[in-house]
Design a protein around this ligand. Structure first.
Ligand SMILES: [Zn+2]
Length: 161
């Protein structure tokens, strides 16, 4: 059974370092697969739309996003803008409780990486999901939304990621 992992919050150092690439050879191991299930469970239990591995104190380049089709694990992701157009999003973060702000994000991104079985994936995201991918990708580089926020808010419409 997957379990809920404890979230880490600022100022925990693991949130502020660049996480390391996962060796594809470990992806198929039972311990690694169990960790992925635990990460997904933690995202659901904390009502997040996404979660990155450093948010549970493990500095691997992994995040999970709750897509309509179900939770999508991406290992060793790259998220790159495919437009210069920006959109303002109101964000919060499971690792920065009670703080919300407006962040400028790219409207469209291209995402590549490995799925939970180690297969290559590549797809485009836009709108709300593009914002979530950018937020999670920042976590893997030790960047938090509070670093980018252009103003703080009360968080009425914020995304929990
Ligand atoms: Zn976050």
């Amino acid at each position: 059974m997957p379990k809920t992992l404890p979230l880490v919050t600022i100022p925990t150092p693991s949130l502020r370092v660049r996480s390391v690439e996962v060796d594809p050879a470990v992806i198929g191991t039972p311990d690694f697969q169990l960790f992925l299930d635990d990460l997904i469970q933690t995202m659901f239990d904390d009502n997040g739309v996404g979660i990155a591995s450093p948010q549970v104190g493990r500095n691997d380049r992994i995040f999970v996003v709750d897509e309509k089709s179900g939770p999508r694990v991406i290992i060793n992701p790259e998220v790159t803008a495919t437009t210069k157009s920006l959109v303002e999003s109101e964000e919060g973060c499971l690792s920065v409780p009670g703080v919300y702000g407006i962040v400028e994000r790219f409207k469209k991104v291209h995402v590549t990486g490995l799925d939970r079985h180690g297969r290559k994936m590549a797809f485009d995201a836009r709108g709300f999901m593009a914002i979530v991918y950018q937020h999670e990708y920042d976590h893997l580089n030790g960047v938090l939304f509070i670093d980018k926020a252009i103003r703080m808010t009360k968080g009425g419409n914020s995304v929990r990621v």
